[in-house]
Design a binder for this molecule. Structure first.
Ligand SMILES: Nc1ncnc2c1ncn2[C@@H]1O[C@H](COP(=O)(O)OP(=O)(O)OP(=O)(O)O)[C@@H](O)[C@H]1O
Length: 262
């Protein structure tokens, strides 16, 4: 495998007396597809925000795409990272058109202003929306979209700058069964594409892990409880410890299913 895309060493974050992350050591290599799973409040979103250079830990070191946080200009680094999360969606200006939301990702900004985009940019944005099944939404306002449509548009936006690292925070949250299965299939196709960026996906459910994802982290209380190759991490013992209830897990056709044994 080629070089490290993410390297976290002893990372810790405190806010208002609470420890959000503690002793996080984590390496993501180029081409890997990671999933992060853990209970509510485990620190998943916080960890993804660190990877997205949105949060700077007081403890430990963070290297993203070979650049050391605190010693590099994050505004130059951010266009190399695709980031889709509810935190980003909440900041979309009211009235923002779908096409503009995707186009502005080239500058890692929200809200189109006076930047100039050429026809190549517009063509790429439309192609990405089309690939995610959203071609008919191009002229719509983001605020008027359904939850499922928003999720797919956000992934198109995250892919727009042709990122080296793609971070997806709960992309299937709020989707109905059909929407979830459609998204999982699209993400599986992306995961199988050798030209696709290194990926990290946060989810609550092993059923949402797309086929082709290679690595997993289980996190609880701000600390990774197990991390490594997906089939070594997704065990009944690890999941039971992570969620604090007896769980079994099985794999069928490269999809994962977990349930309680109580
Ligand atoms: N500013 C803050 N001050 C104190 N605690 C905070 C602050 N921000 C986040 N937290 C806490 O940090 C913990 C981790 O939050 P985070 O959003 O990363 O968890 P998560 O694993 O993504 O949770 P969920 O699955 O519910 O989305 C939570 O307990 C949250 O309440």
């Amino acid at each position: 495998m080629a070089g490290d895309v993410l390297e976290l060493d002893g990372v810790g974050i405190r806010r208002d007396g609470a420890r959000l992350l503690r002793d996080v050591d984590w390496t993501v290599n180029e081409g890997e597809r990671w999933v992060i799973i853990g209970p509510n409040g485990a620190g998943k979103t916080t960890l993804l925000q660190v990877a997205a250079t949105m949060l700077h830990p007081a403890e430990g070191t963070v290297d993203v795409l070979g650049e050391r946080m605190g010693k590099t200009d994050v505004f130059e680094l951010r266009p190399r990272i695709g980031f889709a999360s509810a935190a980003v969606a909440e900041k979309v200006p009211p009235g923002e058109k779908v096409i503009d939301l995707v186009l502005t990702a080239s500058y890692a900004i929200l809200g189109r202003w006076r930047e100039q985009y050429d026809t190549t940019d517009v063509t790429r944005a439309v192609e990405l929306l089309d690939a995610l099944g959203c071609a008919d939404l191009v002229r719509r306002r983001f605020a008027t979209l359904s939850e499922g449509e928003r999720k797919r548009v956000q992934i198109a936006r995250a892919l727009m700058p042709d990122p080296e690292l793609l971070l997806l925070d709960e992309p299937a949250a709020g989707l109905d069964l059909g929407g979830r299965e459609d998204l999982v299939a699209r993400l599986a196709r992306l995961a199988a594409d050798p030209a696709a960026p290194t990926m990290v996906l946060v989810t609550h459910h092993v059923e949402e892990v797309p086929p082709g994802f290679t690595h997993a982290m289980l996190i609880r209380g701000g600390t990774p409880l197990a991390l490594g190759k997906v089939d070594e991490v997704f065990t009944a013992e690890h999941l039971t410890r992570c969620f604090d209830i007896p769980l079994t897990i099985e794999r069928q056709n490269d999809r994962w299913y977990a349930r309680s044994t109580r």
